[in-house]
Design a protein around this ligand. Structure first.
Ligand code: ADP
Ligand code: MG
Length: 371
């Protein structure tokens, strides 16, 4: 097992707008610092201003450059056995789904998920010395209930109609019991499943009269790789989690009742638990990290802390009218940047290959003895 320290990488993506508030939001020339001012924070007639330091401030950056600069290394890391997680965070309308999935209109506007799938199958084709199996799963967390967005498909393994729960595995990993896993052989099959899941998400929204921004979505690519060399009994498994978080806007702003208020309460709670987990991970003196407080942090347990490369894209509006929500997104993003992760390769021993190898060795030793 090898390990290396690597902090969570946090990027800010500003949604393009003709009304960019230059007087309030300033991207400093290092392209890693954002200076933000708020009139609301005035004290003694002084305008409050804050500096936020991140791994990158992305303003007027194309989908292709976002993938190359933010996501690509995490995707490729999964081929070395490292789990990877890319999350989009921010208020509704700021560009999370555009960043993660993209816009359907043009090929150029494809987001991180379709580009990651293309790269995964390119790597599978390139790495001729290994055999791979790639499975996909796609879930949604709505009001603390996990919904399988691909359960209607017949060929998934592991699916069942009961309640989906997060279970802890030996070795510290987590999985969702009852979630269907779908074997895919190429990019086209994978994109079809992405599309199917998106459609099921929309159908579910109509049935429950909800809006997609009220749920967290986790699209996971599960990769298993075996060396073609018989002498190598080890194999590697890894997960790539692509997470589109629910809108982070505060409850008071939605000002609604009933179902909407309930949704907002669950979102606020889970995002604040996410923050608590992140703060606990950042504090090396804390031994207990409260992953199990909600479904989101529990499902992401092996993706926020240890065994993982983690990237957060915080999506913000460029308009002055949204500056208070923008500040709250930036504060969350800055806290997230403190987390150090220690990626660990997920290596296992294939018992069948191990036996074959030992049998060969015994045969060899017997031959040596009889000589
Ligand atoms: P969210 O998922 O955060 O609620 P969306 O991704 O749905 O927000 O974005 C809201 C709208 O803005 C969509 O119509 C989307 O296509 C558009 N949009 C968001 N970000 C960008 C961008 N970087 N470039 C062009 N259009 C964008
Ligand atoms: Mg969205």
């Amino acid at each position: 097992m090898s390990s290396q320290g690597s902090p969570v990488k946090v990027y800010i993506r500003i949604r393009p707008t003709a009304n960019f508030a230059h007087e309030l939001i300033e991207c400093l020339p290092d392209q890693q610092t954002l200076k933000v001012q708020s009139k609301k924070g005035k004290r003694n007639n002084h305008q409050s201003s804050w500096l936020f330091q991140l791994n990158g401030v992305l303003h007027n950056v194309s989908q292709e450059d976002i993938y190359d600069g933010v996501a690509r290394s995490v995707v490729l890391g999964t081929f070395g056995g490292y789990n990877g997680t890319i999350m989009c965070f921010g208020q509704t309308g700021a560009g999370k789904t555009y960043t993660m999935t993209g816009a359907a209109e043009t090929y150029k506007q494809r987001g991180i998920i379709p580009r990651a799938l293309q790269e995964v199958f390119q790597e599978v084709a390139n790495r001729v010395d290994h055999t791979f199996s790639v499975h996909l799963s796609f879930l949604e967390i709505y009001n603390e209930t996990i919904v399988d967005l691909l359960s209607s498909l017949k060929h998934g393994k592991g699916s069942h109609s009961g309640v989906l729960t997060v279970v802890e595995e030996l070795g510290g990993g987590v999985s969702v019991k009852g979630l269907s896993l779908h074997l895919v052989h190429n990019e086209e099959e994978a994109l079809n499943l992405l599309f199917e899941g998106e459609m099921n998400r929309i159908i579910g929204e109509h049935a429950l009269n909800k809006h997609s921004s009220r749920s967290h979505c986790i699209f996971t690519v599960h990769i298993e790789s075996h060396s073609r060399t018989l002498s190598e009994a080890k194999y590697i498994t890894s997960k790539l989690n692509l997470v589109d978080l629910a809108g982070s806007e505060r409850l008071s702003k939605t000002g609604s009742e009933g179902q909407v208020q309930m949704e907002a309460m669950y979102i606020n709670k889970s995002l604040s638990f996410l923050e608590q987990v992140i703060l606990a991970l950042a504090d090396s003196r804390r031994e207990h990290v409260p992953f199990r407080q909600c479904k989101l942090t529990h499902a992401l347990k092996d993706s926020l802390g240890g065994n993982c490369n983690t990237v957060l894209v915080a999506n913000i509006y460029g308009e002055g009218a949204q500056i208070e929500e923008t500040l709250s997104t930036l504060r969350f993003a800055t806290r997230m940047k403190c987390v150090k992760t220690k990626p660990v390769i997920n290596e296992h021993v294939d018992p069948v290959l191990q036996v074959q190898r030992l049998e060969k060795e015994i045969q060899f030793l017997k031959e040596e003895l009889s000589m």
